[in-house]
Design a protein around this ligand. Structure first.
Ligand SMILES: Cc1ncc(COP(=O)(O)O)c(C=O)c1O
Length: 391
């Protein structure tokens, strides 16, 4: 008889984004009109140039394994795309590895660079997979809450208190899922000092790096001391609306590169070859789509905020990036689960409880549906809050 492993018992299978989506889709099959605020997936089509290139590749000869770290041409394209943005040169031969989405770049980093029992500091609220992937890698996730103010404000006292001799790694995601907040420059300086002083590896998940609507968002890699200890994780999933293509990547310091490649080889061998051909074209000529998405998301974010301003009992921090708003429902007298269940059943809008991201009494609104749905969904949200506050 199969007895559930300790690992699996520590990975929740319910209460997350996919469950909300499944419940919402079931209601849709029953004829309800649901507004989808739960899934963090841009609703735009992928760049046509990428589609054509991938189609040509699959009809041609790109149907075999690619080199383990990915097609050289794609690694070169990524090196130039990233270098152009950051003014830092990356070596496609010794630093860049193409993975099946950012999730694979994350898990191979955890598996390759930690031993069982090593601890990973995770700034929270965060993308739920960090915690579960750390467990899967036999490492120990240590959640360190940030303060949610105008920025994603790091609590350095909490961070120092969380360090032990087993602490190996720290994960930072800015702009952040689920809050839409970014870390401020002065916090980044202190964070770098912390990482160097404790001799840690930083994982910088910059999947939302393109999605910034105001202010600045600096990468930890902009600090020279971080070059030799940071794994940059990124993907085309969000920035080019290519979530289904499974093209992500890790850019690692040279001393870690062979370990990541080996782990990637053991996990997946290589990512889909014709997807990689399409990704090359997206990077070369997909910038106009990214610009269009940013403009649309900015409008949608503003619509969400305007509606939230009308809700008594709801507070939120103005998000600067990503495509999420993460309001607090603390004053509503219900748990986030109850709030989300009510909103789905009574108002037909799908939201995710903050608990999935490591923070109770908050809900995540992903404005990844067309503007008219965002407006309609937020009208329902306002109505739902009014009903709840009169109970
Ligand atoms: C912060 C963050 N990192 C990584 C991912 C996964 O990206 P991918 O689809 O490229 O695996 C997501 C997806 O929502 C995310 O929000």
């Amino acid at each position: 008889m199969f007895a559930m492993t300790k690992k699996m018992s520590r990975i929740p299978f319910e209460g997350g984004i996919r469950e909300v989506l499944a419940a919402a889709e079931k209601m849709e099959r029953e004829g309800r009109k649901i507004v989808h605020f739960e899934i963090g997936r841009p609703d735009f089509d992928s760049p046509m140039e990428a589609k054509k290139a991938a189609a040509e590749a699959v009809l041609g000869e790109y149907v075999h394994y690619s080199p383990i770290p990915g097609l050289r041409e794609l690694r070169e394209e990524i090196a130039s795309w990233e270098s152009h943005r950051r003014g830092i040169r990356f070596d496609p031969e010794e630093q860049i590895i193409i993975t099946c989405g950012a999730v694979e770049a994350l898990i191979i980093s955890f598996v390759a660079l930690t031993d069982p029992g090593d601890e990973i500091l995770i700034l929270t609220p965060c993308f739920p997979a960090y915690r579960d992937q750390a467990v899967l890698a036999c490492a120990v996730p240590v959640l360190v809450p940030v303060r949610l103010g105008q920025h994603y404000e790091i609590d350095f006292e909490a961070l120092e208190n969380a360090v032990t001799p087993r602490t190996k790694m720290l994960i930072l995601n800015s702009p952040n899922n689920p809050t839409g907040a970014a870390v401020e420059g002065k916090d980044l300086d202190r964070l770098c000092d912390f990482i160097v002083r404790h001799d840690l590896i930083a994982i910088s998940d910059e999947c939302y790096g393109e999605f910034l609507y105001e202010g600045v968002s600096e990468s930890i890699l902009s600090r020279p001391a971080m070059a030799e200890r940071t794994i940059l994780v990124n993907a085309l999933s969000k920035s080019f609306s290519m979530t289904g293509w499974r093209i992500g990547y890790a850019i690692a310091p040279r001393q870690y590169y062979s370990y990541l490649c080996k782990t990637h080889q053991l996990f997946t061998t290589s990512t889909c070859t014709f997807s990689q051909k399409g990704a090359i074209e997206a990077l070369k000529s997909g910038a106009s789509l990214t610009e269009r998405m940013i403009a649309d998301f900015r409008n949608r974010r503003n619509s969400v905020m305007r509606a939230l301003d009308r809700c008594k009992g709801i507070t939120y921090n103005r998000p600067v990036g990503a495509f999420y708003v993460f309001p607090s429902i603390e004053k509503m007298n219900v748990s986030a689960f109850e709030f989300c269940r009510f909103m789905l059943e009574e108002e037909g809008i799908a939201l995710v409880p903050g608990d999935a991201f490591g923070l109770e009494r908050h809900v995540r609104i992903a404005y990844t549906c067309p503007e008219k749905d965002v407006v309609e969904g937020m009208e329902r949200f306002v109505h739902g809050c009014r009903t709840l506050s009169m109970r």
